[in-house]
Design a protein around this ligand. Structure first.
Ligand code: ASP
Length: 439
């Protein structure tokens, strides 16, 4: 059960890109005194062609490794932090910290340490600005000898450290490796830090503040002004994210999902918008028929036909073995009595298609193998589908009205998604037709 007194607020890079954004963040924190623990990313882009601090840090490290001068790039980093400190009129000697970072980089500091300094320095600035304590993530987040997050050690150290702390800023993206060196998560990993902090303090809600008002029901580049998803379950989110909808790092979900802390995606530039709530369970009676639509282009389908396939023991295994031996993973495997199709992302099968087909021929002796390229998959996701008669009928009617040829259908056994294969060229129209049908 969550602690009613605590909200953990993680702010992404664009929410902290300059002093103006920092002021918005402070106003948000001050709006609700339950926002006791704050997790910042490094400063992001202020405008389209601007650089993210993390990218600059990776660039600096590369320059140092290549024996090039780092001065110009480091000056760009330095001035971003100094400008922010000055604009916010903070009594903070950020130059001292920048000097240490520069010195460390010039003396062979690791890539992870270098990359993590964006969050570290930004955390110092934000803590000074909010008047919150600064807690270094390297003191409270730990990785094991294999480089994986050591959640139990982290949880006990973090909760021990924060138990008697009224307010704190904990920088995102990094922790301490088993060898005592700083180690980062993968890119976008401040989301994970936020989730870990929320779990350690049993927060009521993990707020993830970004520059969009949550998840949209469909990609706004395809559907004009799609509705925001108000509530989505962790399972639905996984289906949607896997098929291309991305706002949150995928590893940020499990630390909070396991303990049923909801995640609220909110917009720093529009704080009164409720955003999207990601929850473990919702009463299905509240669900719309569909929650969201996502999809991806560029798949190839290998369709295998063999008379009496249904009775041939081991047929499926042999097909999958052929994939395994070629190091190819598949996305879906719809099957009929005498047919079995493999849906494979082009990036996995590029350069290997002929060999895979030859191997299947050799081992499985099918009657026919056909391939269809330029396929797209559209995933229609909704926990409400289980209880609604006629959803599939509406879906396929909408597609046929839009004159879209459906090449494949796959429904997950959980009944929270239907996946439709269409040609790449029909992808956008398919998403629009489905969205319009259900809205
Ligand atoms: N600053 C890091 C990145 O750009 C981590 C994060 O923002 O979450 O990937």
């Amino acid at each position: 059960m969550g602690n009613n007194d605590i909200l953990v607020a993680k702010f992404g890079g664009s929410s902290l890109a300059n002093a103006e954004q920092m002021r918005k963040v402070k106003a948000i924190i001050e709006m609700d005194d339950r926002r006791k623990f704050v997790v910042p990313s490094a400063p992001g882009k202020r405008f389209g062609k601007d650089h993210k601090i993390t990218d600059l840090l990776y660039a600096v490290k590369k320059q140092a490794l290549d024996g090039e001068k780092i001065d110009d790039t480091f000056t760009e980093i330095r001035s971003r932090f100094v400008e922010m400190r000055d604009a916010l009129k903070l009594d903070l000697n950020i130059e001292k910290h920048l000097d240490i970072v520069e010195h460390d980089i010039l003396n062979g500091a690791s890539l992870d340490y270098t990359a993590s300094r964006g969050e570290y320095l930004n955390g110092l600035i934000l803590a000074a600005f909010l008047g919150y304590e600064f807690v270094d993530a390297a003191d409270v987040i730990f990785f094991d000898g294999k480089g994986r997050l050591d959640l139990s050690k982290t949880e006990s150290m973090m909760s021990g450290r924060l138990k008697h702390t009224e307010h704190a800023v904990i920088p995102g993206f990094y922790g301490l490796a088993a060898d005592g060196e700083v180690k980062t998560f993968s890119r976008g990993g401040s989301d994970i830090t936020g989730a870990i902090v929320a779990r350690a303090v049993s927060a009521l809600v993990y707020e993830n503040w970004t520059d969009v008002s949550g998840f949209m029901m469909a990609d706004p580049r395809i559907v004009k002004n799609p509705k925001t998803i108000e509530r989505v379950t962790y399972r639905e989110l996984r289906e949607l994210s896997y098929m291309g909808a991305s706002v949150l790092h995928e590893d940020a979900v499990f630390p909070v999902a396991e303990v049923h802390i909801p995640i609220n995606i909110k917009n720093t530039n529009d704080p009164s918008h409720p955003g999207t709530m990601i929850v473990s369970k919702v009463g299905d009676e509240n669900a719309g028929v569909i929650t969201g639509i996502a999809g991806k282009r560029n798949f190839t389908v290998i369709a295998i036909e063999k008379n009496k396939m249904n009775a041939e023991i081991g047929f499926g295994r042999k097909v999958l073995e052929a994939l395994e031996q070629n190091d190819v993973s598949f996305e879906h495997m719809p099957s009929g009595i005498d047919t079995l199709s493999l849906v494979i992302a082009d990036e996995c099968i590029d350069g290997k298609l002929k060999k895979v087909k030859d191997d299947i021929y050799r081992v499985c002796k099918p009657d026919v193998i056909e391939e269809f390229s330029n396929m797209a998959l559209v995933a229609v996701v909704g926990r409400g589908m289980r209880h609604q008669v006629g959803t599939a009928a509406r879906l396929f009617h909408a597609l046929s009205e839009a004159k879209i040829n459906v090449r494949m259908i796959d429904q997950g056994s959980s009944e929270i998604n239907i996946i439709v294969g269409v040609e790449n060229d029909d992808f956008d129209s398919a998403v629009i037709a489905i969205y319009n049908e259900f809205n």
